[in-house]
Design a protein around this ligand. Structure first.
Ligand SMILES: Cc1cc2nc3c(=O)[nH]c(=O)nc-3n(C[C@H](O)[C@H](O)[C@H](O)COP(=O)(O)O)c2cc1C
Length: 213
């Protein structure tokens, strides 16, 4: 899908869980990840980082860190996932935000570092993860725009192992990974689909629960 409108890209994006092994064109993953720089960010902090993995050894080590052998044997998706030619590991850092909100223009919010602010725990919503999510979304929409598939793989296990592997310092947190590659067309629909609410169950007008204006 090339040169299509934004609504087309938004509606076309679906998580892809089966990739062909075909490598991306040179420079493509860097270009897609650069879109994340345009993501909105609380206080313009942009306390996220992306580590791009493009060679097979790095990607194999990544999988070793975030999955276990039992899962790899059991999952019907493993083969398709393992062929993704690139992986973008996304990280977020609460300290970037408490530091930012310790600066004069933000200090009155009370979200900066102690003793003047309440620190990380004072944040009603941990915007470091929200910002990383916006960043991930732009990478995935960029991938859809050029006919590539992507998957946001959540952090469900292996954070300490991955941090050791990639030399990620404290207090950076592993948020998740965007896999990018060519879809091979053999996708399995997500098991999450059965929990999918209809549109009217998610969008309300004026008041909680009002589905029609
Ligand atoms: C925070 C987050 C974590 C997710 N983690 C995984 C994951 O680990 N593995 C996976 O296959 N899909 C994962 N997904 C994808 C969801 O299953 C998917 O977005 C949802 O089923 C809707 O499908 P769609 O994105 O194709 O429209 C994750 C999505 C989000 C937003």
């Amino acid at each position: 899908m090339l040169n299509v409108d934004i609504p087309d890209v938004i509606n076309a994006r679906r998580m892809v869980r089966s990739f062909s092994g075909r490598p991306l064109p040179a420079g493509m993953i860097t270009k897609l990840v650069s879109y994340a720089r345009a993501a909105p960010s609380a206080g313009n902090t942009s306390g996220w980082r992306a580590i791009i993995l493009e060679d097979q050894d790095s990607i194999s080590s990544f999988w070793q860190a975030v999955t276990d052998a039992e899962w790899r044997t059991r999952s019907r998706r493993w083969n398709g996932l393992s062929r993704a030619p690139s992986a973008v590991v996304l990280l977020a850092n609460p300290k970037c935000y408490t530091d930012r909100y310790s600066l004069p223009d933000k200090i009155s919010a009370g979200l900066g570092n102690p003793p003047d602010g309440g620190g990380e725990d004072a944040w009603p919503i941990p915007y470091w993860y929200v910002d990383a999510g916006f960043a991930a979304m732009l990478i995935m929409l960029g991938a859809t725009d050029v006919g590539l598939g992507s998957l946001f793989l959540g952090n469900f296990r292996g954070e300490p192992e991955l941090k050791r592997l990639l030399g990620i310092p404290e207090p950076w947190r592993y948020v998740g990974t965007v896999l990018v590659g060519y879809p091979d067309g053999n996708d399995y629909p997500s098991s999450s689909v059965r929990n999918h609410p209809g549109h009217n169950d998610r969008i309300y007008y004026g008041r909680w629960g009002v589905a029609e204006p």
